[in-house]
Design a protein around this ligand. Structure first.
Ligand SMILES: CC(=O)SCCNC(=O)CCNC(=O)[C@H](O)C(C)(C)COP(=O)(O)OP(=O)(O)OC[C@H]1O[C@@H](n2cnc3c(N)ncnc32)[C@H](O)[C@@H]1OP(=O)(O)O
Ligand SMILES: CC(=O)C(=O)O
Length: 547
């Protein structure tokens, strides 16, 4: 099985993405995570570019990485300079890494117009830079920038550049589709031709401008590439780089190539979310392989089949990449969705039970009124438990009052809420001020209940989304509120719908609290008692997890 080296450039090309900046500490945390995940090379930055990258390389000198090699990145020497006097090359050596990657021009137009030098001088820049670095470094890689475009315009010169790099002693030559405009068949055919001309190990570096970053990398692997460069989640300059989070499972599970092991593959989802978190981006729900929706089934026809055999609508077992099958409930559901969801919630219900049909009808009726349970499974579980006589009532609602008062034009309004509830026959009346009426209501309700249920202090509110359902009705439109709440073990979504935003928020809030008091502890217990981790096993063309 051919081994493909995974070369990550999240910390260098990834940080060239608009809106993404990593601190040195972020970079170090990501580097450790990539190492844990079995990535072979981690390009940390360009030490000749900025003091932050210099600092990163200083710090990583003292850190231990299990298997990954840290790479310093830079360019060939400047035109008409000596390599040993080139500040950029000397900064690369000062970084003290065992591996250095330099990029150089392989498109004649770039040599003449961007570098403003002649074609022979560029060949000398490539060769002399590599020779100089090779004298002082274990491993040197040459990224042939714009190789595919260069080859299309002037194949003879593009190849001359690669030969210059090979003859100078480069350990790897990496062909780059820098502008991301090549098609997979072009990449395959050019790569194959070049592989026939050179002896050095070859890699691929692609960009996603035509949304083909991953496809082009795989085409190159098919044609002989043994290293793939890319970034986590495909972040990078312009439209981004080839997404390693998709490349790795495609290599391993579809193409039979060796890269990460089964344990490392299972951490891909976590790695993807981790990098998004540090990059301050929301994780993309629909991201192939690792997104929350990547194995989420909504249509009743799909769910019915999935219950019989997951292969019917899943291209791989989601657990292989740390993901999971999810069943959504909505007005596109059939009885299968309800039964599957019940099992997932640990509820015992048979598809022949008339309650399943009743629940399905209730679900469709509620969705018509504007409720939506795909993002509010907590509320749906409470409906199910109620239908099965398993909903626990921890308190009784007596009433609430909310006052919003604004006394002066240039002062913020004051919001105050009073809540009355009965707990175990005791009436509790509490009031609280808040940042707006909903916050005041939330605070007053928690204040009333925490005396009886101190575990409510563990519950946090993570997200509060308000959606207007029928905009044409203006300020009297119906509103849907979706809350995401959670504790140290789990997160749950709840929903409320009303023409009154306070009432809609109240419904979602009450469901969140009832869930925390009655349902969350059950699931935490089930999770603690859950089965051991399964192992990866190949059966025919698919991989499976063996318990
Ligand atoms: C395809 C890629 O993604 S390559 C990586 C691109 N990444 C970055 O550019 C981020 C880091 N870059 C930087 O911090 C700065 O651009 C620096 C420090 C490298 C250079 O800064 P400056 O000296 O001010 O130059 P500036 O950024 O304006 O222009 C780039 C220079 O590099 C030269 N250059 C471009 N490619 C190469 C190369 N392969 N080898 C040598 N020089 C090169 C350009 O010709 C230009 O030189 P000029 O100023 O004499 O015209
Ligand atoms: C080297 C590099 O980042 C590129 O050519 O895209």
């Amino acid at each position: 099985m051919p081994v493909i080296k995974i070369y990550d450039t999240t910390l260098r090309d990834g940080s060239q993405a608009e809106d993404i900046t990593f601190t040195v500490e972020d970079k170090i945390r990501i580097a450790h995570k990539l190492d844990e995940n079995g990535f072979n090379y981690i390009e940390g930055g360009w030490p000749g570019s900025n003091p932050k990258d210099v600092d990163f390389f200083e710090k990583v000198k003292h850190l231990k990485f299990e298997q990954a090699q840290i790479v310093a990145f830079g360019s060939t020497r400047s035109p008409r300079k000596r390599a040993d006097q080139d500040p950029n090359l000397n900064q690369l050596l000062k970084a003290g890494t065992e591996v250095i990657t330099i990029f150089g021009k392989s498109w004649d137009m770039h040599v003449q117009q961007a570098l403003e030098t002649d074609l022979d001088e560029n060949l000398r820049m490539v060769a002399e830079s590599i020779q100089y670095l090779k004298k002082n470094t274990e491993e040197v890689m040459f990224d042939a920038e714009h190789f595919f475009d260069g080859y299309k315009h002037n194949p003879e010169y593009a190849l001359k550049v690669l030969k210059a790099a090979e003859n100078a002693g480069a350990d790897w030559i990496v062909l780059c589709d820098t502008n991301g405009g090549s098609m997979p068949w072009e990449v395959h055919s050019i790569f194959e031709t070049v592989a026939g001309e050179l002896k050095v190990k070859l890699g691929i570096h692609t960009h996603n401008d035509s949304e083909l970053g991953v496809a082009n990398a795989l085409a190159a692997v098919k044609a002989g590439a043994r290293q793939v460069q890319g970034t986590v989640n495909g972040i990078g300059e312009r439209c981004g780089n080839c997404n390693l989070i998709s490349v790795v499972p495609n290599l391993k599970l579809k193409m039979g190539m060796d890269c990460l092991d089964a344990k490392q593959m299972k951490k891909l989802k976590e790695l993807s979310a981790f990098v998004d978190e540090l990059a301050n981006r929301s994780h993309w729900n629909h991201q192939p392989y690792v997104g929350k929706s990547a194995f989420a089934h909504k249509g009743g026809v799909h769910v019915s089949a999935i219950r019989k055999n997951r292969e019917t609508y899943e291209h791989i077992e989601p657990e292989l990449v740390g993901n999971q099958t999810r069943i959504l409930v909505s007005d596109l559901s059939g009885k299968s969705n309800i039964v599957y969801k019940a099992q997932e919630f640990g509820l015992d219900i048979d598809s022949a039970d008339p309650k399943v049909q009743e629940l399905l009808e209730e679900l469709k009726r509620a969705e018509r009124l504007g409720f939506q349970y795909e993002g509010a499974e907590g509320s749906f579980e409470l409906i199910m438990r109620e239908a099965l006589g398993q909903r626990e009532e921890h308190f009784e609602f007596v009433g609430f009052r909310v006052i919003v008062e604004k006394r002066k034009e240039d002062e913020a309004p004051i919001a105050e809420a009073t809540v009355k509830v009965m707990v175990n026959g005791v009436q509790e009346v509490t009031a609280a001020e808040g940042d707006g009426p909903v916050n005041a209501l939330d605070k007053a309700l928690r204040k009333a209940l925490t005396r009886f249920y101190p575990e409510l202090e563990e519950m946090s509110l993570y997200d509060y989304k308000v959606r207007i359902l029928d905009e044409s009705k203006g300020t009297s439109a119906k509103i849907r509120v979706l809350l995401e709440s959670g504790d140290q073990n789990a997160k749950w979504g709840t929903v409320g719908v009303s023409e009154d935003i306070i009432e809609a928020s109240w419904q979602a809030l009450i469901d969140a609290i009832i869930y925390k008091l009655g349902v969350a502890p059950r699931h935490a217990k089930e999770k603690a008692e859950s089965k051991p981790q399964p192992k990866l096993e190949r059966r025919g063309s698919r991989f499976h997890l063996k318990i």
